[in-house]
Design a protein around this ligand. Sequence first.
Ligand code: F6R
Length: 366
Amino acid sequence: EKGGYDHFMLKEIYEQPSVIKDTYRGRLLADKGIIKLGGLEEYIPKFVNADRIIIVACGTSWHAGLVAEYIFEDLARIPVEVEYASEFRYRNPIITEKDVVIAISQSGETADTLAAIKLAKQKGAFVYGICNVVGSTISRETHSGTYTHAGPEIGVASTKAFTTQITVLTMIALKLAKVKGTISKTDYMMYLRELEMIPAHVEAALKSNDDIEEIAKVFKDATNFLYLGRGYNFPVALEGALKLKEISYIHAEGYPAAEMKHGPIALIDEHMPVVVIAINSDHYGKVVSNIEEIKARKGKIIAVVTEGDTAVKELADYCMEVPKTPETLTPLVTTIPLQLLSYHIAVMLNKNVDQPRNLAKSVTVE
Ligand code: F6R
């Protein structure tokens, strides 16, 4: 059932081009300029009139929520707060009937997320679910929602759930942006076409697998890793670090690149690999200077770069290429090499990739 792959995790990483397509199939009609999400249509006024959107989730799903914060605010101009479900529910949060709560959960069974949903419902908020498991508790407890169509995710480390969650959240944001008029017709059409091209871009990113395996060989014995990204790719840095921690048991931290100088830079020496998401974006120049600061302290740079990049390639020790796509959509491609990097390191360290110690696929205790 691993379909010829050594582990479920690798199989699930490679399934991403097809499950991203499954997730938008019949919902995204790029040529016609249509996004149609069954669970969303009748609730669009709730979203459009909401004072804010509160996203609640845990772990990787929380990282998808952070990506969504950038996308929703940028495209649909709706204020978004992203909360760890476990913190949200215990701090007497301010929730009103004018709030829309989006709960994101692969399993649909995460106890903390479920508890946050119940609290939000009690306070009168409209609660929308994004789940992968059909008929799961969270999908039943929410007022409405959209399923990701990632198929069963067996590997404990979440991979395809993350990219399909981002796919759904992007479609919702684009739909709302169109209804609200916060996006131009041209940009809207461009994003729809670009979203349709993501599966091919992910496929292309997967082609670097052998090179990434070589990079993994070089760094597998490191005891710490730093992951840096800015903007849309800050949450991707957090997710990259989480993947490495979970399956290789190497300590890793994700940081917004610009925060490095406010503390973590003290950690940098010749033993510290720093994974930097340095794609072409508004922040490119800033990220290049972050890389220079790390090099000046002898840190080792593993950079995720856009195909055809030259400046970062000259500075970085190793590069992992991803195809060019609008910045808003880059998390869908930059995530791929980071998944592969953590996978290969864990395999080389002989760790139980699919069932890491101390972790369960769904966390049903609070
Ligand atoms: C990370 C991971 C966990 C889950 C978290 C939430 O690889 O698997 O961090 O993302 O436990 O799970 P769901 O999405 O099922 O609510």
